[in-house]
Write a protein that binds this ligand. Structure first.
Ligand SMILES: [Zn+2]
Length: 360
C-alpha cells in the first residue's frame, strides 16, 4: 500500500524536447504517490484548474494487474496563461482504436500555454490492458475470461463491483469527472470494420450541436446517447460531450488524424481556447437520425460492394457472400436508401457480425 500514500515533495518536471517546464507542488492540482516513472510523476487525483500555468505530464494510477504491476494511464494537461474553460479529450477507451491517440499527441504538440485561454486535458489511452492485448475490451486475468467494454461501464464504482467497474470508477471519480467543461471522446470503428470521420451527438443540446459541427465530420448521428458510455455519463452530469469516431482501428490513418486535429482546433477556436476564425466547411456534415446494420447471415467470406459515404438506394446490392470454396452463396441488399456510415473491411465474417451500416 505504501505507494498509495500521498507524500510531500516538490517536483520539477522538465520536458526538454518540448522546450517547456512546469512545477508541480503538493496541493497544487494533483495528489502525488511520490513515484516517478521515466521522469513522469504518478498521481492518484487530478484537479487541473489548480495546476500552475504550463504543460504538465502525469501517469494516473488507474489500478493494478493481478501480479501487482501498476496500470498507468498517461495524462497531459496544458494550463493556459489566460483564463477560460476546460476541454477534456479522451482516447482509446477501446484498446484497438488508435487514431485518436495520434490525433491527441499531435494536437497537444501544437498548443502553446502562452496563447491558450483555459485548460486542455489529454488522456490518450484510457484502456491500458486493451492496448496491450490488441483488444476493444478491458482484458483481465479472470478465470472466466472476462472481457469488459469500458464504454458501457461508466461511471463505474469506487467500491464494490468487478475489476472493470472499479478501474472505470477510479478513472471517472479521480481523473475525469471534475476536470471538464466540455468533452470529446475519440474512438474509431472496431476491429474488422471502418467509419468515415463521424460524430455521435445529442443534437437536442445546443452546445453539443455546435461542438459536433465545429469538429467538421463527414456525418453526425443525432443520438440520445447510450447508458454507460463516457459521453452519456458526462451528459447526465450536464457537461456537453460528443463521441468523435476517426476511421478504422489498429492503424494510424494520416488523413483521418489530420482532419481530427483540424476539427479539434476548430472547436477550440469556436469555444475561445484559441484565437482565430472558425472554419465553416464548404460541405456541411450529413446529419442522420437513425441507421440500420446489415449483418452476415452465416459464417464465411463476404465482400462488401459499397464504399464509405456512398449513397445507396433501397434494394441495391451491398455485399456478396461466398463459401469456403469461393462459390457465391448469398447476396445482401440495402434495406432502405441512405449513406454508408460503416463497412466491414475484414472479409471473414461470422454470422451476426456487421457488414454495412446505412444511415438516413
Ligand atoms: Zn470505440
Amino acid at each position: 500500500m505504501k505507494s498509495l500514500f500521498k507524500i510531500t515533495v516538490i517536483l520539477i518536471c522538465c520536458f526538454s524536447s518540448l522546450g517547456t517546464a512546469a512545477t508541480t507542488q503538493p496541493g497544487m492540482g494533483v495528489d502525488l504517490t511520490g513515484d516517478i516513472v521515466g521522469g513522469v510523476p504518478i498521481i492518484t487525483r487530478l484537479a487541473a484548474k489548480q495546476l500552475p500555468t504550463g504543460r504538465h505530464r502525469f501517469y494516473f494510477l488507474a489500478g493494478r494487474q493481478n501480479a501487482g504491476a501498476a496500470i498507468h494511464v498517461p495524462v497531459e494537461v496544458i494550463k493556459g496563461k489566460k483564463t477560460g474553460k476546460t476541454l477534456l479529450l479522451t482516447a482509446a477507451v477501446h484498446g484497438d482504436e488508435l487514431n485518436g491517440i495520434r490525433a491527441l499527441h499531435k494536437l497537444m504538440e501544437d498548443i502553446d500555454p502562452d496563447t491558450l485561454a483555459g485548460t486542455i486535458i489529454s488522456v490518450p489511452g484510457i484502456n491500458q490492458t486493451g492496448l496491450v492485448g490488441n483488444s476493444r475490451h478491458f482484458i483481465t486475468s479472470a478465470a472466466n475470461g472476462a472481457k469488459d467494454d469500458l464504454n458501457r461501464r461508466f461511471p463505474g464504482k469506487l467500491t464494490g463491483g468487478g475489476t472493470a467497474a472499479r478501474y472505470v470508477g477510479n478513472i471517472w471519480h479521480n481523473l475525469l469527472k471534475n476536470n471538464a467543461d466540455m468533452v470529446v471522446d475519440l474512438h474509431t470503428q472496431t476491429t474488422g470494420t471502418e467509419y468515415p470521420l463521424f460524430v455521435f451527438a445529442d443534437m437536442r443540446n445546443a452546445k453539443v450541436k455546435q461542438m459536433a459541427q465545429a469538429l467538421m465530420p463527414d456525418i453526425i448521428k443525432n443520438d440520445e446517447g447510450q447508458s454507460g458510455t463516457l459521453e452519456t455519463t458526462f451528459m447526465k452530469l450536464g457537461v456537453p460531450a460528443v463521441t468523435y469516431e476517426l476511421g478504422a482501428p489498429k492503424v494510424f490513418q494520416p488523413d483521418m488524424i489530420r482532419r481530427a486535429v483540424l476539427g479539434l482546433k476548430n472547436l477550440m477556436v469556436a469555444e475561445g481556447f484559441l484565437s482565430g476564425s472558425v472554419i465553416e466547411p464548404v460541405v456541411p456534415s450529413f446529419v442522420g437520425g437513425n441507421y440500420t446494420n446489415v449483418y452476415a447471415e452465416d459464417g464465411g467470406i463476404v465482400v462488401v460492394q459499397v464504399d464509405l459515404l456512398e449513397n445507396v438506394e433501397k434494394g441495391q446490392l451491398i455485399a456478396i457472400g461466398y463459401d469456403a470454396f469461393g462459390s457465391e452463396n448469398k447476396r445482401y441488399i440495402a434495406p432502405h436508401a441512405g449513406k454508408v456510415l460503416a463497412r466491414a473491411t475484414d472479409p471473414f465474417r461470422e454470422a451476426g457480425t456487421m457488414l454495412v451500416r446505412i444511415i438516413r
